[in-house]
Design a protein. Structure first.
Lengths: 226, 219
C-alpha cells in the first residue's frame, strides 16, 4: 500500500511538472516574428524605399538613433540610454543564438530578456575584454615588447570565458547615416518590421510601439557584406 | 662510425637551423602550391623555424590590387562569401608560409593545394581568426590600432548579433581611395572581396557596434 501510494505521488508530481498551469499559460505570449516574412523571404531586398508618413519616418529615426547610441557606446561603453530606443518585449523574446552573449555578461538569462538586454550584454562583454587587453598591451610596451604574448592572450580568454576584443580604435566616421538604405516597412498596429541596410549588414528589425513611441525589440542580421 | 657521424652532422644542422617548439612545422616562404611540407603527425612537437626574408608586403599589396575585383582561377572555388579566401591569397602572395597538416579543420594549419585540398582556415573567417590567435607571437600579433598594422595585414570584423567573425579585409596602408565616401582623397585604405572593394577608405561601411580584430603579420 505504501509503495502504491508513493508511486501515485510520483505520477502526480510528474503530471504537475509536465502540464503547464493556467498562470504559466497566461504569461506565455506568441513570438510575433513568425507572423512576418522570414529573412530568407526578404532576399533580395528589392529597390530602396524612402520612409513615408509619420510612422515610417519615426521607425527610421528610431533605428538611426539606436546607431547614434551604439556609436557613443563604441567609444565609452555607456549603454545608459539604450532604453530610449531598445526594449525587452515578451512578444520578441531573446533568440537562442543570442542567449550565450547574455549569459556571458550576466551569468544567467534575466526573465523577459530581449533586445535591450542583449545589446547591453554585447557592450558589457566587449568592455571587460577591452580593459584586460589594454592592460596587457600597456604591460607589453613597458617591458619593451611589441605586442601581447600568446600566453597573455590565452590567459585573458580563460579568465573571461570568451574571446576578448579591443575597443574600437576610432569613432564611427561622421556622415555614416548616408550608408543607410531602407527597403521595407511593414506596420501592423503596434508592431512593425523594417528591412534596412546599415552599410555593412542587411538587417530585419522588429519594433513595438509603447506610449506613442517606437522601440526596437529585435534585430536580425541577414547578410554581412561591408 | 660513419652512420653515427652522419647523425651527428644532421643533429648539428637541425640545432643551428632553429629552435624546437609547438606542434606545426613552419616552412620557408614558398611559391603558390610549391614546397609545402607535410606534418608528420598531429602530435608532432617540434618545429623548425627557418630563416626567411619575411612577409613581402609589396607582393601582397600587388596581388590585392590585381585581384580585388576579379577571381584568380586557381582559387576560384565558388565560395558564397569570398572575403577570407581573398585575404588568404594575399597573405600567400606575400610568401607567408603555408602550414599543411592532415586535418583541414585543424586551425593551427593553413594551406591551399586545390579547391578540394584546402584548410578551413584558408576560406573561413572564424577559423582563420583561431589560426592567427594560435600563432599569436610568431606568425601574427594582435594589434589594437590600424597604426600598428602594415600593408597586407588582416582586418577581421564582427557585427552585433552575428555569432562569430564574419568578414575579412586587407589593410592597404595609405594612398588615394579609388572608391567610396573618400574617393580621390589620400587616406588609410583597405581592399576586400564580398563586397569587392579596391582601396576604399579603411573605415567605410563599418557601422557602429562593429568589432574588429587586427592581426599584424610578424613573420
Amino acid at each position: 500500500m505504501v509503495i502504491i501510494g508513493a508511486i501515485g505521488g510520483i505520477i502526480a508530481l510528474a503530471a504537475i511538472a509536465i502540464a503547464p498551469s493556467e498562470a504559466l499559460l497566461g504569461e506565455m505570449k506568441p513570438d510575433l516574428r513568425s507572423q512576418f516574412p522570414s529573412g530568407a523571404e526578404l532576399l533580395p531586398p528589392g529597390p530602396p524605399k524612402t520612409p513615408e508618413g509619420p510612422e515610417e519616418k519615426q521607425i527610421a529615426e528610431t533605428i538611426l538613433e539606436a546607431y547614434r547610441l551604439f556609436a557613443y557606446a563604441d567609444m565609452t561603453f555607456d549603454t545608459s540610454k539604450f532604453d530610449t530606443v531598445l526594449i525587452d518585449d515578451p512578444r520578441f523574446p531573446l533568440r537562442s543564438e543570442n542567449t550565450l552573449e547574455v549569459i556571458k555578461a550576466f551569468g544567467y538569462i534575466p526573465p523577459g530578456a530581449g533586445m535591450l538586454t542583449y545589446m547591453r550584454a554585447w557592450y558589457r562583454n566587449w568592455e571587460r575584454g577591452a580593459l584586460l587587453l589594454e592592460g596587457a598591451e600597456r604591460k607589453a610596451w613597458t617591458e619593451g615588447r611589441k605586442g601581447i604574448s600568446a600566453e597573455e592572450l590565452n590567459e585573458i580568454e580563460e579568465k573571461l570565458g570568451y574571446e576578448p576584443v579591443f575597443k574600437r580604435p576610432e569613432p564611427v566616421p561622421s556622415g555614416w547615416e548616408k550608408w543607410f538604405v531602407f527597403y521595407k516597412f511593414d506596420i501592423r498596429g503596434d508592431v512593425a518590421m523594417c528591412l534596412y541596410d546599415d552599410g555593412g549588414v542587411l538587417r530585419q528589425a522588429f519594433l513595438v510601439m509603447k506610449e506613442g513611441k517606437w522601440y526596437i525589440a529585435d534585430n536580425i542580421p541577414l547578410w554581412s557584406h561591408y | 662510425m660513419r652512420s653515427v657521424g652522419g647523425l651527428l652532422v644532421l643533429l648539428l644542422m637541425l640545432v643551428t637551423m632553429g629552435e624546437t617548439v609547438g606542434k606545426a612545422e613552419a616552412i620557408p616562404p614558398a611559391q603558390t602550391g610549391a614546397d609545402i611540407r607535410f606534418l608528420e603527425s598531429a602530435n608532432e612537437v617540434t618545429r623548425r623555424i627557418v630563416m626567411s626574408p619575411g612577409y613581402n608586403r609589396e607582393a601582397a599589396r600587388n596581388y590585392a590590387d590585381t585581384w580585388c575585383r576579379g577571381r584568380n582561377p586557381t582559387y576560384n572555388c565558388g565560395y558564397t562569401a569570398d572575403c577570407q579566401n581573398f585575404l588568404s591569397q594575399v597573405l600567400n602572395a606575400g610568401y607567408l608560409p603555408q602550414l599543411k597538416c592532415g586535418d583541414p579543420w585543424n586551425w593551427s594549419c593553413w594551406w591551399f593545394t586545390s579547391c578540394s585540398d584546402v584548410s578551413r582556415s584558408w576560406y573561413n573567417v572564424p577559423t582563420f581568426n583561431a589560426h592567427a590567435q594560435y600563432w599569436n607571437g610568431s606568425r601574427f600579433s594582435l594589434r589594437s590600432s590600424l597604426y600598428d598594422l602594415g600593408v597586407g595585414d588582416p582586418m577581421l570584423s564582427k557585427c552585433p548579433g552575428c555569432s562569430d567573425w564574419d568578414h575579412a579585409a586587407v589593410y592597404m596602408g595609405y594612398g588615394i581611395a579609388q572608391e567610396g565616401t573618400k574617393q580621390g582623397q589620400y587616406t588609410q585604405l583597405r581592399s576586400q572581396h564580398t563586397t569587392d572593394r579596391c582601396r576604399v577608405w579603411v573605415w567605410d561601411y563599418y557601422p557602429a557596434g562593429t568589432q574588429f580584430r587586427f592581426w599584424g603579420v610578424t613573420w
